[in-house]
Design a protein around this ligand. Sequence first.
Ligand SMILES: Cc1cc2nc3c(=O)[nH]c(=O)nc-3n(C[C@H](O)[C@H](O)[C@H](O)COP(=O)(O)O)c2cc1C
Length: 373
Amino acid sequence: MRTPICEQLGIDIPLFAFSHCRDVVAAVTRAGGFGVLGALAFSPERLEIELDWIDAHCDGKPYGVDIVMPATYVGKGEGDLASFSNLHDMIPQSHTDFVEELMRKYDVPPLPTELEGEQVPAAGLNVDAFAPGHVELSIAHPNVKMLVNALGPPPPDVIAKAHEAGLLVGALVGARQHAERQVALGVDVIIAQGTEAGVHCGEVSTMVLIPEVVDAVGPDVCVLAAGGIATGRQMTAALALGAQGAWTGSMWLTVAEADTNPVILENLLAANSRDTVRSRSYTGKPARQLRSAWTEAFDDPNGPGTLPMPLQGILHNEASRRFSRVGAKPLMGFPVGQIVGRLNEVRSTKDVMFEMVEEWIATTERLNGLISE
Ligand SMILES: Cc1cc2nc3c(=O)[nH]c(=O)nc-3n(C[C@H](O)[C@H](O)[C@H](O)COP(=O)(O)O)c2cc1C
C-alpha cells in the first residue's frame, strides 16, 4: 500500500488529513497517515504551542503545516495599511446594515461589550505579519516534513527556505494550468482539488481534474487527489486516476477528536451531499460550505453581493461569533465538501482510518479479480 510519497515522507498510508485541530493531526499521524495542521487561525505564538503539542503526541512521526498565503487579497504587501482596523474601515456601511438586518431576523443579539472589537482570523488577514513566523516555526520543528500553501503559489523565498531545511513543499490547485505554474516554481507536491471539496475550490470535478493534472506534470511530480474522498473505494479511485495518495479535509470534522462546535456538528451529521454550495459569502473567494441563511442572503441577486478577501471574511467572522454564541442554527453553515452526505456518525480517527484501509484492500482485490487469465 505504499506509493513513492510514502517513502519520501516516511509514512505507512498515503492518506493526508488537513485539520485545524491538533488532536486530529496527531491521531492521523500516529495511525500511519500524514496529518497537516492548518495554521490560518493561529498567531505565531499560538502556532508554536500547537506544534510543540503535536511533537509531544505524534510518536516522532512526520506531519505537515498548511499556511494560507493567497496570491491576491485587499491590502497585500501594504504593511501597516493592511492593519485590521484599516481593512475593517473599508467595509461599506450598506454591508454592515445588511448583516444587522439578518441578525435581527434570526434574533441574534450584539456581542457583550467585553467580547467586542476582538480580532478573529480570516483568510487573507495578517498574512504579512503572521506568515513569515509560521514558516520559520514550521521549519524549526523537526517532525514537520511538508509545508503546504493554498490560494496560489507559495512565495519563492518560502519554497527556497523549506527546501534548504529538507521539507517538501505542497500547494493546492483546482486547474491544470495552476499545477503547471506551481511545478515551474519548484513546488514538489501538487494537491489537485476538485470542486466537490470543502472551502476554496475551482469548478472542475475531482474525476476530471486528477488525470488532467497527473498527465500535465508528468511522472516525476507527486500528485495527491483531493475533493470528495472519505472511503477506501474513493481512495482506490484516486490512485487509479494516477494520484500517489488522497488529501482529505471534510471527513475529519466529525471524528471524535475534532473540536467542532456541537451545533455545527449536528448540522454536518444531518446534511446530505446536495446541501453544500460554492459561495463567496464566507471569505470573498468561491468556497464550498453548507448552505445556510448566510449563504442564501449573500448569494441573493437582490442582496448587496460579497466583498473581496479579506473584507468578506471579516464581515462573516464577526457575525459568526454572534450567531454561534447563541446557537442560531439556520445561520450556522460551515466550510465542508459534498462528502458531508456520508458523514453521519462520530467515530474515532483510528476506526475511520482502519475502515478506509480495509475497504481499500477489499476494493483492490475485487478489481484484481476482474482480470481474466
Ligand atoms: C473546515 C475546512 C477548512 C479548511 N481550511 C483550509 C485551509 O486553511 N487551508 C487549506 O489549504 N485547505 C483548507 N481546507 C481544504 C482542505 O485542505 C482539503 O483540500 C479539502 O477539504 C479536501 O476536500 P474534502 O473536503 O472533500 O475532503 C479546508 C477544508 C475544510 C473542510
